[in-house]
Design a protein around this ligand. Structure first.
Ligand SMILES: NC(=O)C1=CN([C@@H]2O[C@H](COP(=O)(O)OP(=O)(O)OC[C@H]3O[C@@H](n4cnc5c(N)ncnc54)[C@H](O)[C@@H]3O)[C@@H](O)[C@H]2O)C=CC1
Ligand SMILES: Cc1cc2nc3c(=O)[nH]c(=O)nc-3n(C[C@H](O)[C@H](O)[C@H](O)COP(=O)(O)O)c2cc1C
Length: 172
C-alpha cells in the first residue's frame, strides 16, 4: 500500500532519504584538476539547468574530502556512467584514497584539464560559474565548454539504493 508523507519542514532526515531513494537518477563521476589537485567523487545530484548558456548543476557536500579541490580549481567534468561502471561508482563514492580511485580507469583531458573518463556515456567539461550554499551542500552551477559522447553504451541508473542497467532501444 502507498505511504502518504506530508512534506513540511518537520520531515526528518531519514524520512527524506527514504523518500529520495524512490527517485531514479543517472550516476556521474565528477572530476577536477588544477592548483587544488586532482579529485573525483560520485554524484547523483546532477541536472540540466539551461541550454543558453549550456549549464548543469552539481550538488556537493561541503564535508566531502574533495570539497577544497573543487573550490580551488573552479573547473570540473561531469562524467556520466555506463552500465559497466558500477564498481567505479562505488570506488568514487567515498573513503577510498584518491590515487586508488583514479588508478581503476583510463582518463584523458579536454579543455579545462579535468579528467575525462575514457568510456563514459557522456562527459561535460565545465567551468564553475556560480555557487549557492544550501544546508550541508554547495550547488555548483557549471557551464559546459566541451562535450564528448558515446552513443553506443548502455546507461546506469541509481534507484532504490541499487544500480540498474538502462538499455538503449536497438535500432529497427
Ligand atoms: N546528494 C547527496 O549528497 C547524496 C549522497 N549520497 C551518499 O551516498 C551514500 C549511499 O547512499 P544511499 O545508499 O542512496 O543511501 P541513503 O539512505 O544515505 O540515501 C538515500 C537517498 O537520499 C538522498 N541523500 C542521501 N544523502 C543525502 C544528503 N546528504 N543530502 C541530500 N540527499 C541525500 C539521495 O537521493 C540518496 O539516494 C550515503 O552516504 C549518502 O549520504 C547518495 C546520494 C546522494
Ligand atoms: C550513488 C552515489 C551518489 C552520490 N551522490 C552524491 C551527490 O550527489 N553529492 C555529494 O556530495 N555526494 C554524493 N555521494 C557521496 C560522495 O560520492 C562521497 O561523499 C564522496 O566520494 C566523498 O567521499 P570522501 O569524503 O570519503 O572522499 C554519492 C555517493 C554514491 C555512492
Amino acid at each position: 500500500m502507498a505511504e502518504t508523507l506530508t512534506a513540511t519542514p518537520a520531515v526528518e532526515k531519514q524520512a527524506f532519504r527514504d523518500a529520495m531513494a524512490h527517485l531514479g537518477s543517472a550516476v556521474n563521476i565528477i572530476t577536477t584538476d588544477g592548483p587544488g589537485g586532482r579529485a573525483g567523487f560520485t554524484a547523483s545530484a546532477v541536472c540540466s539547468v539551461t541550454d543558453s548558456p549550456p549549464t548543469l548543476l552539481v550538488c556537493l557536500n561541503r564535508s566531502a574530502s574533495v570539497y577544497p579541490a573543487f573550490t580551488e580549481n573552479q573547473v570540473l567534468c561531469v562524467n556520466t556512467l555506463a552500465d559497466c561502471h558500477e564498481s567505479l561508482s562505488n570506488l568514487f563514492g567515498g573513503k577510498t584514497p584518491m590515487e586508488q580511485r583514479f588508478e581503476a580507469a583510463e582518463w584523458s583531458s579536454l579543455s579545462t584539464g579535468s579528467p575525462i573518463l575514457s568510456d563514459a556515456l557522456v562527459s561535460f567539461d565545465c567551468k564553475i560559474t556560480q555557487v549557492t550554499r544550501v544546508g550541508t551542500h554547495d550547488i555548483l552551477f557549471c557551464e559546459a565548454v566541451a562535450i564528448t559522447r558515446n552513443d553506443e553504451r548502455h546507461g546506469l541508473v541509481y534507484f532504490d539504493r541499487r544500480y540498474h542497467p538502462l538499455m538503449r532501444q536497438s535500432a529497427c
